[in-house]
Write a protein that binds this ligand. Structure first.
Ligand code: TXA
Ligand code: MG
Length: 346
C-alpha cells in the first residue's frame, strides 16, 4: 500500500515486500546493517548499481561491497575462495567483516570499479538478512551517505542526506556496531587488512595468523581500498583531534561556540557553555563506537564553530574509532590533528 500511494516520495518503514519490489524494479533502497546503513541495489543489475554512484556523488573508481544472505550465494559472487577466507567467513559471518576475493564473471565491472577483486560480506541484521534470503538478490551497497560525509547509523540520518533521492528506507533502528566493517583482502600472496572496523585484528589473527594492515603512509603493500584515500567520515563542522583542554589553553583566539566529543570525561565544569557529547560515561569503547556517528550528526546540527574531539586509547575498537576521527580531522578544511594529540589519560 505504502508504495502504491506515492512513488516519488521517500518512505521509511519496515516492509520487506516493498523493499524487495523496489530492488527488483532496479530502484535503490537504504538497508540497515549492524555496522551502518547501506544504499542498496541489485548487484547483478548494472543500471541500478550506476544509480548508487549518481545518488551518492561517488567517484566511479571507488568499488562497492556486495552483501549476501547465505554462503550458498558466494559462488555467484566470487570465483575463488581460499581456505583461510572460508575460515574467516565461517567465524565472523553474519557480522562486520568484508572479504575481498577474486570476482566472478556474474558481477558487473561497475560494482568493483574495474578491479579483479570483489568485496563481499554477510551482514548481521535481522531485517536485511531476511531481505537477502527471501529475495535471493545479492545487494551492492556502500554506506548510505553522500560521498565523503558521515556514515548513517539511523534511518533518519539516511533520510536527511538522501531522502529526496531514493524511494524507500528500510528502518531497522540504530545500528548495533556503529562503525563500518573490517575489510580483509585476499588478492595478494597473504591476507591484508585494508580497513579497521567492527572485527578486531586480534580476532582475525587468531584464525589466519599474523596479518599486516594496509597503511597509506607506509604503503609497502601495493593495494588499497580505493575509498580509503578519499575525504571520508567528515562532519561539516571543522574537527580538531587531540586533548581539548590543551587546545583551548594554547589558542588565544578560540571560536565562540565549541563542541566537545569525549570518550568518558565530562567537560561541563572545565568548559562551561560548550556543547558536550560524552560517548560512554562508563568507559565502554564499544558503546562509544556505537554512538560516534550519531554524536557527530548532532554536533553538526547544533550550530557550533568547531568540534574538539578526544583521541581514543589506541587499542581494541579504539583503533578503528581513531582511524575515522583522524580522517574526519584531516578532511575538515580548517582543522588539523594536534601534534601533541596524546590519548586522553582519564
Ligand atoms: O560496514 C560496511 O562495510 C558498510 C555496510 C553498508 O556494509 N559499507 C561500507 O561501504 O562501508 P563503503 O562503500 O562506504 O566502504 C567500502 C570500502 C571502500 O573504501 C571501498 O573502496 C572498499 O570498501 N572496497 C570495496 N570494494 C573493494 C574491492 N573490490 N577492493 C578493494 N576495496 C574495496
Ligand atoms: Mg562509506
Amino acid at each position: 500500500m505504502e508504495k502504491e500511494e506515492e512513488d516519488s516520495c521517500c518512505r521509511i518503514g519496515k516492509n520487506l515486500r516493498i523493499a524487495e519490489t523496489y530492488l527488483r524494479e532496479g530502484k535503490l533502497v537504504a538497508i540497515p546493517t549492524e555496522t551502518v546503513y547501506g544504499l542498496a541495489a541489485n548487484a547483478f543489475d548494472e543500471y541500478a548499481v550506476a544509480k548508487i554512484f549518481e545518488v551518492k556523488n561517488r567517484p566511479d573508481f571507488n568499488p562497492l561491497i556486495v552483501h549476501i544472505g547465505s554462503l550458498e550465494q558466494l559462488p555467484f559472487i566470487v570465483s575463488d575462495l581460499p581456505p583461510l577466507a572460508l575460515l574467516l567467513a565461517e567465524a565472523f559471518w553474519p557480522g562486520p567483516l568484508t572479504l575481498v576475493l577474486p570476482k566472478s564473471q556474474h558481477i558487473p565491472t561497475i560494482v568493483t570499479a574495474g578491479l579483479s577483486g570483489v568485496a563481499v560480506r554477510m551482514p548481521a541484521h535481522i531485517l536485511t538478512n531476511r531481505l537477502l534470503t527471501n529475495s535471493g538478490i545479492p545487494l551492492a551497497a556502500p554506506s548510505a551517505n553522500l560521498s565523503g560525509s558521515i556514515s548513517p547509523t539511523t534511518a533518519m540520518h539516511v533520510y536527511e542526506q538522501l531522502g529526496n533521492k531514493i524511494p524507500y528506507i528500510l528502518d531497522g533502528g540504530p545500528c548495533a556496531v556503529g562503525l563500518e566493517s573490517t575489510i580483509v583482502s585476499f588478492m595478494n600472496d597473504s591476507p591484508v587488512i585494508l580497513r579497521q572496523g567492527g572485527i578486531l585484528p586480534e580476532a582475525i589473527e587468531a584464525i589466519v595468523g599474523k596479518i599486516s594492515t594496509y597503511s597509506q603512509a607506509a604503503s609497502d603493500i601495493p593495494i588499497a581500498a580505493p575509498g580509503m584515500t578519499l575525504a571520508h567520515y567528515a562532519p561539516k563542522t571543522p574537527l580538531i583531534l587531540g586533548n581539548p583542554i590543551d587546545w583551548l589553553m594554547l589558542n588565544d583566539c578560540v571560536p565562540e561556540k565549541i563542541g566537545i566529543l569525549s570518550f568518558q570525561r565530562n567537560y561541563n565544569l572545565d568548559v562551561p557553555g560548550a556543547t558536550i557529547k560524552c560517548l560512554s560515561p562508563s568507559g565502554d569503547m564499544y558503546q562509544a563506537a556505537q554512538r560516534l556517528y550519531a554524536a557527530l550528526y548532532e554536533l553538526d546540527a547544533s550550530g557550533i564553530d568547531v568540534i574538539l574531539a578526544e583521541k581514543f586509547p589506541q587499542e581494541s575498537i579504539g583503533i578503528a574509532i581513531n582511524d575515522r576521527l583522524t580522517r574526519a580531522a584531516t578532511n575538515s578544511l580548517t582543522s588539523r590533528i594536534l601534534p601533541f594529540s596524546d590519548t586522553m589519560k582519564n
